[in-house]
Design a binder for this molecule. Structure first.
Ligand SMILES: C[S@@+](CC[C@H](N)C(=O)[O-])C[C@H]1O[C@@H](n2cnc3c(N)ncnc32)[C@H](O)[C@@H]1O
Length: 329
């Protein structure tokens, strides 16, 4: 099934891959990752135009078309109708990538699919079909409190993260590794419990990335590290490989590196690669879809092809932490 030399081995470099995930994912070996987190873009569809055409019988036989029984018709060109097929298009875009996610998960692996409230129900049905209903573990609600509040309905202030496991009997989940929360009524629990805090539930209150904070990369859809830290801590172990194939600013890579996991972050957008190079360049090799160094992105390779088989050379030459980026933090 696989066509690249990449293997999830303990000595290989972390990777930032500049590629369309549809092209790159099929090159990875089955069962390589303990955790896959993805936060796909909404609405990759396009507005289509179609002209409605009607045929009207011409009694004098002078129409521009001849139909059944030799009857004559005039063709009337109707209004140009535009319709938004974004929805169908979106699910056609996402489904094959989620099937790949299933293939790439190890037997003890877990998928975290980050969506918003408009998409999540369709995705739940799709993932039930791909993984099996018995593999559904959780729907995590990420609740935040930011921005204006609608007056005509309940202001929507949450995202949804669907969690599916490859195998409900063997999946890895270690709640002892997860950061704990303060009790809401600390006076009602023992000092020991108060000190320890309580385990989070499936509702995670967390601020968005602060527009003025240190974590901000400037990438528009950047998610907070605190969210991903919980997922990575609970659903993978030190040394495991984790994957984000809609990586954006590389939040999964940043968290994985801090928690001692190995990572592959994939994005098709050159600006995302630029942000990830600045954010993760000191811990990852930046490559193209064939695992050659992404010389075009960094502009340092002489012949444009340096193989990831020599990752140290690749990293040394291609990655320049601190180089100016499009998105200044
Ligand atoms: C919502 S953003 C992810 C943000 C990320 N979670 C973070 O914390 O920065 C979605 C990303 O998917 C990328 N993307 C969209 N289509 C893609 C494709 N076919 N292959 C790879 N990346 C793609 C976009 O460039 C964008 O960076």
């Amino acid at each position: 099934m696989t066509t690249t030399a990449w293997q999830p081995d303990a000595t290989g470099p972390n990777l930032v891959v500049h590629a369309d995930n549809a092209e790159f994912l099929p090159t990875l070996p089955d069962g390589s990752f303990t955790l896959i987190y993805v936060d796909p873009p909404f609405n990759t569809g396009r507005v289509q135009s179609r002209r409605q055409t009607t045929m009207v019988h011409n009694a004098e036989g002078a129409g521009d078309r001849v139909g059944f029984g030799g009857r004559s018709y005039d063709t009337i060109k109707g209004a140009l109708h535009s319709y938004d097929d974004a929805f169908t298009d979106y699910w056609q875009f996402l489904e094959p990538r989620l099937v790949e996610a299933w293939r790439l998960l190890a037997d003890d692996g877990t998928l975290y699919l980050h969506l918003d409230y408009r998409e999540v129900h369709y995705a739940k049905v799709m993932l039930d079909a791909i993984f099996g209903r018995e593999c559904f573990l959780n729907e995590i609600i990420w609740a935040y409190d930011y921005g204006a509040r609608a007056k005509s309905r309940w202001p929507a202030k949450h995202d949804n993260i669907l969690v599916y496991v490859k195998n409900p009997k063997t999946y890895h989940f270690n709640s002892a590794e997860v950061d704990r929360e303060p009790y809401m009524a600390p006076g009602l629990v023992t000092p020991e419990k108060r000190e320890l805090g309580k385990l989070p539930t499936d509702v995670w209150w967390h601020t968005i990335v602060s527009p003025t904070g240190k974590e901000k990369t400037g990438y528009p859809t950047q998610k907070p590290e605190g969210l991903l830290r919980r997922a990575v801590a609970a659903s993978s172990r030190e040394g495991d490989w984790v994957l984000d194939f809609f990586a954006g600013s590389g939040t999964l890579g940043a968290v994985a590196s801090k928690l001692g996991r190995r990572f592959v972050c994939v994005d098709a957008n050159p600006q995302a690669i630029e942000v990830m190079t600045a954010r993760l360049g000191h811990v990852a090799t930046v490559v193209g879809p064939d695992l050659s160094c992404a010389a075009d992105d960094a502009g340092t390779a002489q012949d444009g092809v340096m193989r990831a088989a020599d990752p140290e050379h690749c990293a040394e030459e291609v990655i320049r932490p601190g180089q100016p980026t499009l998105f200044e933090p």
